[in-house]
Write a protein that binds this ligand. Structure first.
Ligand code: SF4
Length: 360
């Protein structure tokens, strides 16, 4: 049973619009009582099947019907995916999300190959997530049996605004896939995108839908639209940092135990802006210079940001093993043993010296 507060749209809009200092304080208080505020998970998204999608999501450069720079590619091999996952792990990622530009999963050799990818990445001691489109109950079960840790299926926006963005499948289809995932041991990752022309009421309604799921999703990505030339939303204005901070803070208050993920749109955010989002309750970023097909900050930039902010990357499965553990005195972010090698100061000094040598 979901024991969280039942929010009304009016309440959530009022929360979102609070004076920013009050909103930040409230969100940070919720965050600190459910999470270690100095830990942020680093995840990597691998586009295992890029482009050529038959759907019409208005924000997406991978939709075959839009004329973008994205070219359709074949499904990657298991070995290619494993190599990218190993590189991501070496760069501090504890979670891999494999994304395929499919409307839905089809049983057959390609799905079998994805199941093999899941089994292979599981052996790397990382959280393995997939986002493959709509799933039947049986397909969700097969992914679960292969050891999948999380399945991403975003709501994208509110039910009321959904038809402005996508016409090729319904909101109920989305909820059905989430329901199918929930019948297995796989955790649920579902979030949305802001900056697509929706109102604050639409944003609030989407968060209420997510917060009303029983249980609430373990993971909620908050994306800022990256307008891509050739898509119907190409002329949308960039989302301001204050909208992002407000959305993250509101999500944190409605979804106290969830991993709130700062996802697409980070390239438009300053380090200070991202720090505010972490303070407001975001506790995950996606690493790598591309997020599926759109730009993302480079790994080195993120490493520098972690160091400047004293952040520690979360270990894989940390949230599952300690769902509610946050003891203020346990927040010892200078404990070097918790840091992966790349973020330890001694390692970074060596890296910078090596870089200087190369530049000479
Ligand atoms: S968001 Fe996913 S389903 Fe929609 S067009 Fe892009 S790849 Fe296809």
């Amino acid at each position: 049973m979901n024991t969280e507060k039942k929010w009304t749209q009016t309440e959530v809009v009022a929360l979102y619009n609070k004076p920013i200092m009050e909103l930040l304080y409230e969100a940070a208080t919720v965050h600190r009582s459910h999470h270690n505020p100095n830990k942020v998970q680093v995840s990597t998204l691998i586009s295992i099947k890029t482009g050529g999608c038959p759907e019409d999501c208005a924000y997406c450069p991978q939709a075959a019907r839009y004329h973008t720079d994205v070219k359709a590619e074949r499904l990657m091999s298991v070995e290619q995916v494993k190599a990218q996952a190993l590189a991501a792990k070496a760069n501090g990622s504890s979670r891999i999300c494999m994304g395929a530009a499919w409307r839905n999963v089809k049983d057959g050799p390609e799905f079998d190959q994805v199941l093999e990818m899941v089994r292979t990445l599981n052996r790397l001691d990382m959280e393995v997530c997939c986002t493959l489109g709509m799933l039947t109950e049986n397909q969700a079960q097969r992914l679960s049996e292969a050891g999948l840790y999380a399945y991403n299926h975003n709501l994208d926006t509110s039910a009321a605004y959904y038809e402005e963005i996508i016409s090729t499948r319904s909101y109920d289809d989305r909820l059905k896939t989430i329901e199918n995932v929930r019948k297995t041991n796989i955790t649920v990752c579902s979030g949305g995108i802001i900056g697509m022309g929706e109102s604050i009421a639409n944003r609030a309604a989407m968060l209420i839908t997510l917060a009303s799921l029983v249980p609430q999703p373990e993971s909620v990505p908050i994306n800022a639209l990256v307008p891509v030339a050739g898509t119907p939303l190409e002329t949308m204005e960039t989302v301001s940092i204050w909208e992002m901070v407000r959305m993250v803070a509101t999500a944190r208050i409605l979804l106290p135990q969830t991993q709130v993920r700062l996802s697409a749109g980070r390239t438009n955010m300053s380090r200070e802006g991202q720090a505010l989002c972490f303070f407001a309750g975001a506790n995950s970023i996606f690493a790598g210079d591309k997020l599926l097909t759109t730009p993302n900050p480079a790994v080195n930039e993120d490493m520098d940001m972690f160091e400047a902010l004293g952040l520690i990357p979360q270990q894989p499965f940390e949230k599952k093993s300690q769902p509610e553990t946050v003891i203020p005195e346990a927040v010892q972010y200078h404990d070097q043993r918790e840091r992966p090698q790349w973020s330890r100061p001694d390692h970074r000094i060596e890296r910078n010296l090596a870089k200087q040598q190369q530049e000479k």
